[in-house]
Design a protein around this ligand. Sequence first.
Ligand SMILES: NC(=O)c1ccc[n+]([C@@H]2O[C@H](COP(=O)([O-])OP(=O)(O)OC[C@H]3O[C@@H](n4cnc5c(N)ncnc54)[C@H](OP(=O)(O)O)[C@@H]3O)[C@@H](O)[C@H]2O)c1
Length: 338
Amino acid sequence: MNTIEQLEEQLAKPSAELIADLSKMDGDIIILGVGGKMGPSLARLAVNAIREGGASKRVIGVSRFSNEEARRELEEAGVETISCDLLNDEELKSLPRVQNVIYMAGNKFGTTGREYFTWAMNAYLPGRVAEKYKDSRIVVFSSGNVYPFLPVGSGGANESIVPEPLGEYAQSCLGRERVFEYFAHQNGTPMTIYRLNYAIDMRYGVLLELARSVNEGRAINLSMGHANIIWQGDANEMALRCLTQCSSPPSIVNVTGPETMSIRWAAKELASRLGKEVLFEGQESDTALLNNASKSHQLFGYPRVSMLQMIDWTAEWVKAGGHTWNKPTHFQERKGKF
Ligand SMILES: NC(=O)c1ccc[n+]([C@@H]2O[C@H](COP(=O)([O-])OP(=O)(O)OC[C@H]3O[C@@H](n4cnc5c(N)ncnc54)[C@H](OP(=O)(O)O)[C@@H]3O)[C@@H](O)[C@H]2O)c1
């Protein structure tokens, strides 16, 4: 995998199960906050699944489209686009009524110093959206950050672990969940809360950050010594299939890969492929932010792209000087300050 075209093609290949799920499902799909890191590939995946299943459904992508090129590419791929600032109530009200909603809008980085904005985006806007789409089913993107750090040998937090978010970003993510949950109770709206940890694309993500550090001879801090990752194509596929799991009160589905990944191990694997020495600083902590997504694997099957495949692809991408986005995950953060 060396080019953006190959990457986009890989991300947008639907499984037979996704094709079958979307073929059976009534109504069109609207993706709110489509313009970010995951939305464009999720929208293309949905279009391909619908096309291959011979169904006729619209896929509508909504964002401010601060990146106009992303909008043009979506239109070319068969996604209808609407430019809208969801925080503007008039613009939100003017959006079409659609049966299936994927809610991806949110704010993380830059929270420190502008906490009020993160709370408005992550905890106030969900109420406005839940009211507008009370007759739809809604998949709500959330984050594994709502869980407390757990011992690295624990297997990670499953859906029964009580949230204990650290810092205002994670607290506002729980706020988003609770506000949606309130409206699910109030209006009977079926929803799935989708708690994701670290999607991997070649252009951003935990593995890219490790590979670049190795390649540039920068030391890797080990204090967040373990993490969970999942191929973005698999994460997107599960998000769309979560439409089949919506209920009121909302169901909760953790989404990530099956492994508790050791950062030390992953960095060494990348280093051997890049022909470099790896430098470490610090030591692994006893705890980490860990998500146990066994339930999603039971529901949807294991991710189709394996950990070593992601490592191979990432090393090849970095070696070839592939295009990257300047969007670090800050997965090392242990104080919840983003
Ligand atoms: N990527 C991951 O590994 C990961 C992990 C855990 C959780 N998540 C969550 O999953 C969701 C999707 O992830 P992502 O990485 O694609 O997030 P992202 O890059 O932050 O994308 C979200 C997009 O929403 C749009 N948006 C923000 N404010 C808006 C507004 N007021 N009106 C309309 N659109 C707005 C923005 O696009 P425009 O500028 O075009 O409006 C933004 O790029 C996010 O909520 C994120 O917190 C992601």
